[in-house]
Ligand binder design. Structure first.
Ligand SMILES: NC(=O)c1ccc[n+]([C@@H]2O[C@H](COP(=O)([O-])OP(=O)(O)OC[C@H]3O[C@@H](n4cnc5c(N)ncnc54)[C@H](OP(=O)(O)O)[C@@H]3O)[C@@H](O)[C@H]2O)c1
Length: 277
């Protein structure tokens, strides 16, 4: 099992989680139950993944108590109005069949719509009502973060951003850290273009007797970010969770960070231009 961090609201979060996109249907339920049996405690879903029902069903079927699990969902861009955000979150809970979320994130800022501050106010209300324990954002830039903090006085607990060796996000990691926000990494392995054969990754894997995937996830842990790898394969699920039994040297961490490149982002657009509906 992964150790935990304490968030800026005093609550704890596992240091590594399980991504559930794009899994749906009965096979998703059994894959997520197996992930929990393997030792994952953080489950990452979203309205837009269309699998909140499956995640909730997996929570009920798993042998682990609800309060030992950490369930994250995300508010979609089309529900950014204050009332819509409240309603959307209640629908998420109904789909999941759960009484509360451990963490709810604004999925994308969608700045052209201009309602992410209203969405943030709604998340603050939902936290006060106890429907959501911790609140955060995803794909927010420094400007977006400053706006919601200035408007409400409430700092997100988490900012979930694209982060992998080809896109190491030095600047946003520094911004999050300065504001006291825990960084979480989506596509933490780099998805299909994962840099498994790059020398800094492959050579570190040989030296430590682990797989390239484990090296990348360990790099994430040593950056202080929470990776949420997705895998449907039992062996890879087990390997990915085992990022805590070895340590990379500072030079190894720096060499992997050095794989960052200008075209490393998986999404063509940045959060200012990409809009998630
Ligand atoms: N907030 C956002 O905007 C946002 C955007 C995208 C994703 N996410 C979240 O982040 C999660 C993870 O991102 P992701 O699924 O895009 O990327 P990822 O976890 O970096 O990569 C997943 C891919 O890598 C494979 N894989 C997993 N472990 C491996 C290993 N040890 N060795 C080799 N291949 C491995 C998986 O295949 P197998 O299943 O066959 O193992 C899958 O094809 C998502 O599930 C979702 O929850 C959030």
């Amino acid at each position: 099992m992964a150790p935990t961090y304490t968030l800026n609201d005093g609550l704890s979060i596992p240091a590594l989680g399980f991504g559930t996109y794009p899994m749906t249907g009965e096979s998703a339920v059994s894959t997520i139950v197996r992930a929990v049996e393997t030792g994952y405690r953080l489950l990452d879903t979203a309205v837009n993944y269309g699998n909140e029902r499956e995640v909730g069903e997996a929570v009920r079927r798993s042998p682990v108590e609800r309060d030992e699990l950490f369930v994250t969902s995300k508010l979609p861009g089309r529900h950014h109005g204050y009332d819509q955000a409240i309603e959307s979150t209640r629908e998420s809970l109904a789909s999941l069949g759960l009484d509360y979320l451990d963490l709810h994130l604004i999925h994308w800022p969608n700045p052209s719509v201009g309602l992410y501050v209203d969405a943030w106010r709604a998340l603050v209300t939902l936290r006060e009502e106890g429907l959501v324990r911790s609140i955060g954002v995803s794909n927010f830039t420094e400007e977006h973060l400053n706006r919601i903090i200035d408007a409400t006085g409430v700092t997100p607990a988490v900012n979930q951003i694209e982060l992998h060796p080809y896109f190491p996000q030095e600047q946003m990691r520094e911004v999050n850290e300065r504001l006291g926000i825990r960084t979480e990494s989506w596509s933490p392995l780099g998805k299909k273009q994962a840099p498994f054969t790059e020398p800094p990754v492959a050579e570190a894997a040989d030296r430590h007797g682990v797989t390239p995937g484990q090296v990348i996830l360990r790099w994430q842990v040593q950056l202080g970010s929470i990776p949420i790898p997705k895998s449907e394969d039992p062996d890879r699920q087990r390997q990915n969770l085992d990022a805590f039994s070895f340590e990379l040297s500072d030079d190894e961490v720096a060499a992997i960070t050095g794989l960052g490149r200008p075209d490393g982002r998986l999404f063509g657009g940045d959060p200012n231009s990409h809009e998630e509906m």
